[in-house]
Design a protein around this ligand. Structure first.
Ligand code: NAD
Length: 248
């Protein structure tokens, strides 16, 4: 299937590994010019080399609104414009209500909510002017079903999702779609750090019986950026092997 986005320009945040990397690689494989970032210059250079297709490595820290905005500005300079924005960042530290201090919420909100807003603020106005744009935010299945011991993530991502839904309706008439992907458990370095050792899909409550593959997740992200997905906006799509138990 031709996604119809060859030659488009994409900024993909937090992409030296894991789901961000997979989204960048899938887009590059479709002929999209990609700029990607992480905080570590060597890691992001290696990721860009591995992706190929002249992917542009940028060093940026998206844990603050300024840092996130700086990444978008640098990506625009490198690519000559931005048609596609994939927002992403690392996850906040684990903890529950009892173990989490109030000031930690501020940092998490900046990392997983304000950074999304800042990246959209940097990229969406020009998308509206050119009457074409795609925003795909990588959030978490925690938006639908809060994950125990991840109270910071549960809290910040709900805010980001409210922002994205509101933005989607405001810009839909300008050819700009705004959607989020809600990953369940995928085999990435973060998940191995969080849960350690061998990942077991049954123990993790995944009906599909397998752990998600980042490369499949990346292709779902690329599809949301396609021409064919132009009528898909304002959605928040679980990619979780059926783990989420609710109806909607
Ligand atoms: P990961 O830790 O494997 O990769 C994160 C990437 O982001 C790395 O390239 C890292 O260098 C980069 N990064 C982290 N903080 C950054 C910052 N401040 N500025 C710039 N780059 C930064 O994580 P992942 O598993 O790929 O997850 C991506 C996002 O999806 C995270 O927010 C995570 O919490 C969320 N998520 C992941 C899963 C999963 O199963 N992997 C499930 C639910 C939610």
């Amino acid at each position: 299937m031709d996604l119809g986005i060859s030659g488009r320009r994409a900024a993909v945040a937090a992409a030296s590994r894991g789901l961000g990397y997979a989204a960048a690689a899938a887009l590059a494989g479709e002929g999209v010019h990609v700029a990607l970032c992480s905080r570590d210059p060597d890691a992001i250079a290696a990721a860009a080399t591995s992706i190929g297709h002249d992917a542009v490595p940028l060093t940026a820290d998206v844990s603050t609104a300024n840092g996130a905005r700086g990444f978008v500005d640098a990506a625009r300079d490198a690519l000559g414009g931005i048609d596609i924005l994939v927002t992403n960042a690392g996850g906040p530290p684990p903890g529950d209500f009892s173990s989490t201090r109030v000031d930690q919420y501020l940092a998490a909100l900046e990392l997983n909510c304000l950074s999304v807003i800042a990246m959209c603020d940097g990229a969406v106005p020009a998308m509206r002017e050119q009457q074409w744009g795609r925003v795909v935010a990588i959030t978490s299945i925690a938006v639908r079903q809060p994950i125990p011991q991840l109270i910071l993530s549960n809290t910040a991502r709900a805010g980001a999702t409210g922002f994205l839904k509101t933005l989607a309706r405001e810009v839909a008439g300008d050819g700009v779609t705004v959607n989020s992907l809600q990953p369940g458990i995928h085999d990435t370095p973060r998940i191995r750090e969080l849960y350690g050792g061998e990942l077991d899909a049954r123990d993790a409550g995944i009906p599909a019986g397998v752990i998600g593959r980042p490369e499949d997740f990346g292709r779902v992200a690329a599809f949301l950026c396609s021409e064919s997905a132009s009528f898909v906006t304002g959605t928040a799509i679980p990619v979780d092997g059926g783990a989420y138990t609710g109806i909607l």
